[in-house]
Design a protein around this ligand. Structure first.
Ligand code: DC
Length: 221
């Protein structure tokens, strides 16, 4: 038996930060499914595999091993044993991951992996299709949203803090582009599950969102 909290929403809605904090507060294992798509994307870039090369992608997926580990409260991502936690956040991966995650062969493979990762555990899993596809019977489903403008502002702030140079206009355009690919793809698009609770975090602090979600979860335990 496992208890599953599904957190879905677009890039920059605060899912990563919120999921980690809620998980820590309530003792749930945090699973970031975006990291699994990012790992496959990195492996394809490393091997110089194009998204049209189905046979090579199939072979790659057969031989790939992705592991998410919790170390001192942070998630470490291992790709074939190598720590790729930082590499999967590169600009190159950022711009290639949405197209890669439209591929059926990739989604089928990662769907199995994501379900296995939660087996027998109490988890809070974040992504785009957790409540609709990965765990349609999740105990709690949240759809966390924010306006594209607010999400772009947050990303710019984060970039500045990390010393990454960028313009608001550029970031906003890339946020909108990713939203479009993620929500218009054929398989398991980004979409609110019918029974998910909608939270717009545009005008909420992180603490307020964490409190709101913890309260919802506690009511379901
Ligand atoms: O959450 P993120 O930005 O790390 O996700 C990276 C990409 O992975 C995102 O553009 C779409 C894809 N993704 C997905 O299709 N399904 C998920 N459950 C999680 C991520």
């Amino acid at each position: 038996m496992s208890f599953v909290v599904a957190i879905d929403g677009p890039a920059g809605s605060g899912k990563g930060t919120i999921t980690k904090l809620v998980g820590e507060k309530l003792g749930l294992i945090n699973i970031d499914t975006g990291a699994t798509f990012r790992s496959v994307t990195l492996a394809m870039l490393n091997e110089k595999i194009d998204i049209n090369e189905e046979e090579r992608i199939k072979k790659l997926l057969e031989n790939i091993h992705i592991d998410l580990k919790q170390e001192n409260g942070t998630q470490v991502v291992l790709l074939n044993g190598e720590d790729v936690t930082l590499k999967i956040r590169s600009n190159e991966v950022n711009s290639f991951v949405s197209p890669v995650s439209t591929l059926k062969i990739v989604r089928d493979n990662l769907l199995n992996l994501q379900r296995k990762m939660a087996e027998g555990k109490n988890v809070i899993m974040e992504g785009r299709d957790i409540g609709t596809t990965v765990f349609p019977n999740a105990n709690v489903k949240i759809y966390l949203d924010a306006t594209p403008e607010e999400r772009a502002r947050r990303r710019v702030k984060q970039n500045i803090e990390q010393g990454i140079d960028c313009s608001y206009e550029e970031v906003l355009a890339s946020v909108k582009k990713r939203d479009k690919i993620d929500s218009e793809r054929e398989i398991a698009p980004l979409k609110q599950a019918d029974d998910a609770i909608y939270i717009d975090s545009s005008n909420m602090t992180i603490d307020e969102v964490v409190e709101t979600i913890c309260k919802i979860i506690k009511e379901k335990v």
